[in-house]
Design a protein around this ligand. Structure first.
Ligand code: PMV
Length: 317
């Protein structure tokens, strides 16, 4: 078994978070500037099933069998062993690193799930088709997040922009041109589980009102897909602003996120919004490439903990 290195990117949601949980479409892109990296070194002198884990980011260095069954590393390993019908695994050392901030709406957990499934299966000699990678990583996401829509692990497993709708085949994004996006971390820990639960509670109190709001967000997403395909960044920016107002109505934004959104717009970003589950986490703004430096600086001055520059690209699935 040769040594192996796999990576999985972060992600951001351009349109449609929360509404996607209720069956509406959402658009997400991978963020390759941030990633999970896993290396597996064979240990030819070790006994079968002797797997050592090093995850320096979380100060973990242990034998896999010492971890509780519900630990993400153990669960990912079991899911792969079960899928491949294996009972023994070659002795090895697994090193896990991530540059993705946690609890920030950038898909750190889905990225870890995808990378673990990819690494454990590839080291065992299996190159899983992308749909299997999506399905197995979704199993992990379900264990850790209850009722995820599946958008995070799908965009990360495919590593390309997608239009996602529950129960429908994933559609590749076809952006007419690369569109620069600045991501800013508010420094406030987001909480997707709490945000999703809060939205569900609101929906249960007043289904007609919130169904209509989800429908509106869904229409914004469909229109955004058109604008992306037409390369109409002005309209795309307006749609982002509208999506952000709807997320505010859903009460998943945060004063610090709102301040960063206002700052971006004051510096002539084309549009800006919260991204991901919310209650903190990150915001994104669509910009003209030449504005990147100025907008990133302004966002830092307005209290962002970190900013990243990425872009919407189009590639075939
Ligand atoms: O916070 P994130 O990046 O995991 O994004 C969650 C997106 C939601 O639509 C709020 C939930 C989901 O499962 O799609």
């Amino acid at each position: 078994m040769p040594a192996l290195k796999v990576t999985a990117p972060a992600k951001t949601i351009l349109f449609g978070e929360h509404a996607v949980v209720y069956g509406h479409p959402a658009i997400a892109i991978p963020v390759n500037q941030l990633k999970t990296t896993i290396t597996i070194q064979p240990n030819p002198w070790g006994a079968s099933n002797q797997i050592t884990i090093h995850a320096p980011d979380i100060g973990l260095s242990t034998a896999l069998e010492e971890l509780p069954n519900q630990h993400p590393f153990s669960t990912a390993f079991s899911v792969v062993m079960q899928h491949l019908g294996m009972t023994t695994y070659p002795a090895c050392t697994v090193k896990i690193n991530s540059t993705i901030p946690i609890a920030s709406g950038l898909g750190s957990s889905a990225s870890l799930s995808v990378a673990l499934i990819k690494a454990f299966s590839q080291f065992a000699g299996a190159d899983l088709p992308s749909q299997t990678l999506i399905d197995l990583s979704f199993q992990l996401e379900t264990i850790y997040h209850g009722t995820p829509s599946g958008i995070d692990n799908s965009v990360i497993a495919l590593n390309q922009g997608i239009l996602f709708q529950k129960g429908k085949p994933v559609q590749a994004l076809n952006s007419a041109k690369p569109l620069p996006i600045v991501i800013a971390n508010s420094g406030v820990a987001g909480n997707t589980k709490q945000a999703v639960a809060g939205v569900r509670e609101s929906w249960q109190h007043n289904k007609p009102y919130f169904d209509a709001l989800f429908q509106k967000i869904g229409s914004t997403t469909w229109e955004a897909l058109q604008a992306l395909e037409n390369g109409d960044e002005i309209r795309l920016g307006q749609l982002m602003n509208s999506n952000h107002r709807d997320l505010q109505t859903l009460r998943v934004s945060h004063p610090k996120i709102d301040r960063l959104v206002e700052t971006a717009l004051k510096h002539d970003a084309l549009g800006a919004k919260l991204c991901g589950g919310g209650l903190g986490g990150n915001m994104i703004c669509l910009i003209h490439a030449e504005q990147a430096g100025e907008i990133q600086k302004a966002l830092m001055q307005a209290g962002a903990a970190q900013t990243y520059l990425t872009q919407v690209e189009s590639r075939e699935i």
